[in-house]
Design a protein. Structure first.
Length: 198
């Protein structure tokens, strides 16, 4: 297994550990809330850094593999949906945002399977890239908000940070839907699925 794929696997390993670390305070002892925030922020940095590096290394060293093409988007989706599940469970992310994101990710998985059956890849577009950036920013903002809540109850950042965070969450959901619709429109226009039996 090459280095980019190892970095991708590291995200798959870190994701359930992130989920466990996020809930240390509620599952074990409230006194662990501060430790929970430190661990999840560190894991978020490692997850997002590995996502950035695996793509750069794969392209720069010509290490793009079929396994990597499948595993990388899966690891991205798994890690980021895990962030959002945690935030929704904590009451800081609206349920409708989580629903739109999960529906989009399941739908794009279905579209990718259809395209793979035709021997074609789903190409990235600007909305997909914007979605990925907003997902990562949403994760960071959510974790920072939770950390500040655990560390202090009187920070002025909490007052104005909450509505800003909600706007970013909403933008992440909107960009996710926009990217999916753009993918579907491009696929329909290409006629890639026109010969599929029905």
């Amino acid at each position: 297994m090459n280095l980019p794929n190892k970095l991708t696997v590291s995200r798959l390993v870190l994701t359930p550990l992130f989920f466990i670390a996020y809930h240390l305070g509620s599952w074990i002892d409230p006194s662990l809330a501060s430790l929970s925030s430190i661990l999840t922020i560190v894991m978020w940095v490692l997850i997002e850094l590995s996502d950035l590096l695996d793509g750069i290394i794969a392209r720069k060293r010509d290490l793009v593999t079929d396994l990597g093409k499948v595993m990388d988007p899966f690891a991205d989706t798994l890690s980021r949906v895990t962030y959002f599940l945690c935030f929704t469970g904590s009451g800081i992310m609206p349920l409708w945002v989580l629903a739109l994101i999960v529906w989009r990710e399941l739908s794009i998985l279905f579209v990718r399977m259809l395209m793979m059956g035709k021997g074609k890849a789903v190409a990235a577009n600007i909305f997909g890239k914007a979605k990925a950036v907003l997902y990562a920013i949403s994760g960071g903002m959510g974790l920072l908000y939770v950390a500040l809540t655990n560390w202090t109850q009187e920070s002025p950042i909490l007052e104005w940070g909450y509505p800003v965070m909600q706007v970013v969450f909403a933008l992440a959901a909107i960009s996710s839907v926009a990217s999916f619709l753009t993918y579907v429109r491009a696929i329909i226009a290409s006629g890639a699925l026109s010969e599929m039996s029905r």
